[in-house]
Ligand binder design. Structure first.
Ligand code: IPM
Ligand code: MG
Length: 350
C-alpha cells in the first residue's frame, strides 16, 4: 500500500498532517511520500503538476490531497494556476468518478442555514463525472472574431463516458436506498439528451434501483426545497461541480465533507470537499475532519478495508458527541479546539 500525499496550498498542509497522523496510528503499513501540487508547485517549479509529482502519483495506489489555490495565483496565466494542477492529475489518473457525500451529523443540525426539519437526517451522495464535459472539451479559448473578442467552450460526452459513470452511480445506489436521480438539461442541450438516453438504457441493468430524471435548474431548487427526496444523484462534470457545493452547504459544515475521485480500478484521489481557505491558512484553526474522513474513504474504496474506514468514522462521530468543535462548526457550550487538538481528539477516540 503506497500513497502519494499532496498537502497543497492554504490550510492544506495543516489538515493533511492530521489525516496522516490518523493513518499512521492505525498502523496498517501504508507507505507515504509527499509531493507538490497547486500553487506551492508553481512557486517551486513553475508547474502546478510537476513531473516529480506525476511520477509519484502514477506509482501510488492512492493520493491524499489537501486543497489547492489562493489569491496570489489568480492572475497567473492559465497553465500556471493551481486549479490546472488539480484538473491535470484528475485527467492523467483517469479519475472519472467523483463521489461527494453530503451527510448531516445529528450533533451539527444547527449548523445548517435551513430549518432543522428540512435537513435532519440528510444523507445524499452526489456522483459527478470528473474527466469529461465542458471542463475538458475542445475547441476552447478566447479569440478575436469579426473585430470583437469571442469566448468559447465545448460540451461533449461519448456514450461510453456516460455509461461508465452511470454504472458507478447505480452500483452506489444499490448499496444505499436504491434511488438514483440523473440530472441533465435535455430540454436545451443535445449532449445531455444523450445523457438521459444512456441513463434510461443503463437502468435495464439495474431493475432493483429506481431511476428518475431531473433538469438541473429544478434539481438546484429541489435541493434546497426538499433535499431528503434524494438518495444518489448523478450528473456531468459542470452540473456536478455546482450541485455538489450546494448539497454540501445544506449540511452547514463543508469542513466535514470528504470526497473520493476514482478510476475504473478503484485507484483514487481523496480530498476534502472544501477549498484551501487562504483566509485562515497557517493559523491552526481549520477543521481537519473532512480530510480525516477522506482518509477513511481511501481505506474503504482503494484498500477495501471497511473495518479501518469505520474505525475512523466512528472516532469522528465520537469526538463530535464529546463536544469538540473547530471554529466553523462551533456553537456556544461546546469545546472550541484548533486543528491539532481536533486531530488529538480523533487519535484518542481511535
Ligand atoms: C471542485 C473545484 C474544482 C472544480 C476547481 C478548483 C477546478 O471547484 O473540485 O469542485 O471545478 O472541479
Ligand atoms: Mg467545485
Amino acid at each position: 500500500m503506497k500513497i502519494c500525499v499532496l498537502p497543497g496550498d492554504g490550510i492544506g498542509p495543516e489538515i493533511v498532517a492530521e489525516a496522516v497522523r490518523v493513518l499512521k496510528a492505525l498502523d496498517l503499513g501504508i507507505e507515504m511520500e509527499e509531493a507538490l501540487l497547486g500553487g506551492c508547485a508553481v512557486d517551486a517549479t513553475g508547474d502546478p503538476y510537476p513531473a516529480a509529482t506525476q511520477k509519484l502519483a502514477l506509482a501510488a495506489d492512492a493520493v491524499l490531497l489537501g486543497a489547492v489555490g489562493g489569491p496570489q495565483w489568480d492572475n497567473n496565466p492559465r497553465e500556471q494556476r493551481p486549479e490546472r494542477g488539480l484538473l491535470g492529475i484528475r485527467k492523467q489518473l483517469g479519475l472519472f468518478a467523483n463521489l461527494r457525500p453530503a451527510i448531516l451529523y445529528p450533533e451539527l443540525a444547527n449548523a445548517s442555514t435551513l430549518k432543522p426539519e428540512v435537513v435532519a437526517g440528510l444523507d445524499i451522495l452526489i456522483v459527478r463525472e470528473l474527466t469529461g464535459d465542458i471542463y475538458f472539451g475542445q475547441p476552447r479559448g478566447i479569440e478575436v472574431r469579426n473585430g470583437e473578442r469571442f469566448g468559447f467552450n465545448t460540451m461533449h460526452y461519448t456514450e461510453s463516458e456516460i455509461r461508465r459513470i452511470l454504472r458507478v452511480a447505480f452500483e452506489a445506489a444499490r448499496k444505499r436506498r436504491r434511488k438514483l436521480c440523473s440530472v441533465d438539461k435535455m430540454n436545451v442541450l443535445e449532449c445531455t439528451q444523450l445523457w438521459r438516453d444512456i441513463a434510461i438504457e443503463t437502468a435495464n441493468e439495474y431493475p432493483d434501483v429506481e431511476l428518475s430524471h431531473m433538469l438541473v435548474d429544478n434539481a438546484a431548487m429541489q435541493l434546497v426545497k426538499n433535499p431528503k427526496q434524494f438518495d444518489v444523484m448523478v450528473t456531468g462534470n459542470m452540473f456536478g461541480d455546482i450541485l455538489s457545493d450546494e448539497a454540501s452547504m445544506l449540511t452547514g459544515s463543508i469542513g466535514m465533507l470528504p470526497s473520493a475521485s476514482l478510476d475504473a480500478s478503484n485507484k483514487g484521489l481523496y480530498e476534502p470537499s472544501h477549498g484551501s481557505a487562504p483566509d485562515i491558512a497557517g493559523k491552526g484553526v481549520a477543521n481537519p475532519l473532512a480530510t480525516i474522513l477522506s482518509a477513511a474513504m481511501m481505506l474503504r474504496y482503494t484498500f477495501a478495508n471497511e473495518a479501518a474506514a469505520r474505525r475512523i468514522e466512528d472516532a469522528v462521530k465520537k469526538v463530535l458527541a464529546q463536544g469538540f468543535r473547530t471554529g466553523d462548526i462551533y456553537e456556544p457550550g461546546m469545546k472550541k479546539v484548533g486543528t491539532r487538538e481536533m486531530g488529538d481528539a480523533v487519535l484518542a477516540a481511535l
